[in-house]
Ligand binder design. Sequence first.
Ligand code: 5GP
Ligand code: SF4
Ligand code: MG
Length: 455
Amino acid sequence: CGVFGVYNVSDNASSLAYYGLHALQHRGQEAAGIAASDNQKVECYKGKGLLTEIFDTQTIDRLGGVHAVGHVRYSTAGGNEIENVQPIMVRAHTGNFAVVHNGNIVNAREIRIELENEGRIFQGTSDSEVIAHLIQKETGTFVEKIIKAANRLEGAFAFIIMTKDCMYGIRDKNGLRPLTIANVDEAGYCLSSETCAFNIVNATTIRDIEPGEVVRIADDGLKFFQYTTEIQNKMCAMEYIYFSRPDSNINNINVHTARRYSGHMLAREDKGKVEADIVVGVPDSSLSAAIGYSEESGLPYELGLIKNRYVGRTFIQPTQKQRERGVRMKLSAVRDIVKDKRIMLIDDSIVRGTTSKRIVQLLKEAGAKEVHVRIGSPAITHPCFYGVDTSTYEELISARMSVEEVRAYIGADSLKFLSCDSLVEAFGTKDLCLSCFTGNYPTRLFSLAKTLVRE
Ligand code: 5GP
Ligand code: SF4
Ligand code: MG
């Protein structure tokens, strides 16, 4: 998912939120919503589909506001029912507020059962609603309520909360999901999952919200609170590998640059071992790594695959059938480029194997002599519980098969994954979650472990 907020802006706040969310659309395409405040009341509009399908100019004008928060949804926890679409609106005698959340609360089930037993009634099935209930239940100032609630939550979260006149940004203590704050206008602020959304609203990055930190934005400026000292910096490696846009910076590392260096590392591991004629990247997320591979190996970078830009992200389609059709609609081979060539094909990751299998087939049908597949990340052998790859062991091809079996399944002439060490070297940081490659999770897993983890 993607979250975005603007506070105290001179333009229509909903319109800025719309533009910001539009730059985050790649983070979720199933649903979206915006809540706006004019300092008096909080109003919300949300729906299913892409932003452009949900909002028109009249709706944005009607929402208006000087502050706004919004969300683009990729459902990893809870289904895609309208009740789960965010912002989650809390209408309470103590004041209304809106919540947007990216990530996955691993102890949501436990907390929900406890709250339901106290008589609280939930609207939907998403883990994000738990946050809203916890805040409403606590006592103290609003920021104290948030701090108490955040201390109950385990897992991955970056969330933004908006009351009628304040905004809060919160990150989990392991720093799994990104959230950055920026200046906008004279005295306005902006919070975003990714820095790429700042450019479009003319915002300038201040800094990342730290793991275990809450920022309070009010008419007297910014205040930062550390809600726990048990912190780690475990930024999701998949944010760099696949999820984020190349023009975003995460923890001050540019995503395109990180991917490009992972391409360098792949080429270094191959040096002198494989012969190929051209390097081809799978658009869009693997182009940076393919450029890196070409730079390091000296092999020419070619446009062997073209993407139809009117098809969204195939992986983010809920069913396998939709995903397979998606890949077919999305990519085609450039016959004149790939015919009779030995191709070094670079992709960012293999999850179920759907994409790679189809692409190798495409290239061979177009006359490629050999297709060598290089993956800019290690083999995904474990499920993610933090809101990215929800796959179970059964779905994850590398959990079931060896590298050689995966190679045979996708029909490649050779297959190699980047090692964890090379990935760390390429990104230039050890502050990463690598759990889906290693199985070492930074948090307890609670009841999720029983359903998904292989004993
Ligand atoms: P597969 O087809 O193997 O199931 O999925 C891998 C492909 O899906 C990669 O090409 C990657 O670019 C794309 N993809 C889309 N969404 C995600 C995601 O959330 N995680 C990962 N690892 N890959 C994704
Ligand atoms: Fe990211 Fe993998 Fe960690 Fe999930 S398990 S947060 S996808 S690195
Ligand atoms: Mg891809």
